[in-house]
Ligand binder design. Structure first.
Ligand SMILES: [Zn+2]
Length: 341
């Protein structure tokens, strides 16, 4: 089955919202990580989301170019071809894009989707994130409105963010010094976001409730999932049951399973997974290199062992372990066995 159509992706989000589960959104950077994420979803009979950061795009376009647009288009086109082999739905997203990068990054990607649609083909991306959370909320909503309008015309869902996610990930979001009150989205913010965007088109919302990018020991992150509950209640009280947000959970590494599960009850339908799958990818590579030390290196004039320095020998192990970590994310988010295909 190919990449989800706009209708299938909307149905995925509706099914998750109704069934109180969420999709892992796995950051990928090359063919091996794409294959790992797809294998993890397929083995779990779970639909899922694959996403690319601007940094992944730069990496994928090659060291001489470092062009985020070319890189993510190559990754997305490859994903469209690879996904045809599987019996689950995969949706494609681009991760954090700050307002100053939007014209050079989101615009050409939306143009690429527009060109595909003109040929009767599926959208290149089903979802894009515009992260204007560093701006005051009214300015954030002004630019978010502009992009949501264009996305809606192309049946692309826009992910927006308000408030600051702590930690750091590809240059996104806050710092250690972020004042604590900014780490939590208020119910008033959630109402304001609904009022600004709901009539324009479908969007998802990355609210902040103490989440931080990067990696922390379990328990180190002080999440307050009730922030999400309070925000949803404020919006639904004013605008009815249907005003419920489709929420996105950023910066979940190091969160306790019970906290992750609690967010599912408050409308989280997508959780970004990057740090944990990065480690899952690299762990078996380290093991391979250490345990085949005399084969991967040419020591004292010897010739090493081609079988163990062939990149496939360790990248297969990396793919296998990242697929297993993706499957664990499906379990954590209760999407296992729930493909709507
Ligand atoms: Zn994020």
């Amino acid at each position: 089955m190919p990449i989800a159509t706009p209708k299938q992706f909307a149905d995925m989000l509706d099914a998750a919202q109704k069934g109180a589960y969420a999709y892992p959104a796995i950051n990928c950077v090359n063919l091996t990580t794409l294959n790992a994420a797809m294998k993890g979803f397929a083995d779990s009979k779970s639909d899922g989301i694959i996403q690319f950061s601007t940094g992944a795009g730069q990496f994928a376009s090659g060291l001489n170019h470092k062009d985020p647009v070319t890189g993510v288009i190559v990754l997305a086109e490859a994903a469209h071809r690879l996904a045809e082999q599987y019996n689950v739905l995969i949706a494609l997203n681009t991760d954090h894009c700050q307002p100053q990068k939007a014209a050079s990054f989101l615009d050409p990607l939306l143009d690429a989707t527009e060109a595909r649609r003109a040929k009767g083909e599926n959208n290149l991306f089903q979802n894009h994130m515009l992260d204007a959370s560093a701006l005051p909320l009214d300015e954030n909503m002004e630019i978010s409105k502009k992009y949501l309008k264009r996305c809606a015309d192309l049946e692309v869902i826009l992910e927006v963010e308000a408030g600051v996610v702590g930690g750091e990930e590809d240059g996104a979001a806050g710092t250690e010094d972020t004042p604590e009150e900014h780490l939590y989205t208020t119910p008033e913010d959630m109402v304001a976001v609904h009022e600004a965007l709901a009539e324009i088109g479908r969007f998802t919302f990355a609210a902040t409730f103490g989440n931080v990018h990067g990696h922390y020991k379990p328990g180190a992150v002080k999440l307050r999932p009730e922030i999400l509950k309070e925000g949803q209640a404020a919006v639904q009280e004013k605008y009815g049951q249907d005003a419920e947000f489709d929420l996105v959970f950023h910066g979940g590494s190091g969160s306790l399973l019970e906290e992750i599960r609690e967010t599912l009850e408050y409308g989280v339908i997508k959780m970004n997974v990057d740090t944990d799958t990065q480690y899952a990818f690299t762990r078996p590579v380290a093991s391979h290199i250490f345990s085949n030390y005399e084969g991967v290196l040419k020591i004292d004039g010897e010739i090493g062992n081609k079988k163990v320095y062939d990149p496939r020998s360790y990248l297969k192990k990396a793919e296998e372990n990242m697929a297993a970590r993706t499957a664990k994310a499906c379990e954590d988010l209760l999407s296992t066995g729930k493909s709507i295909l």
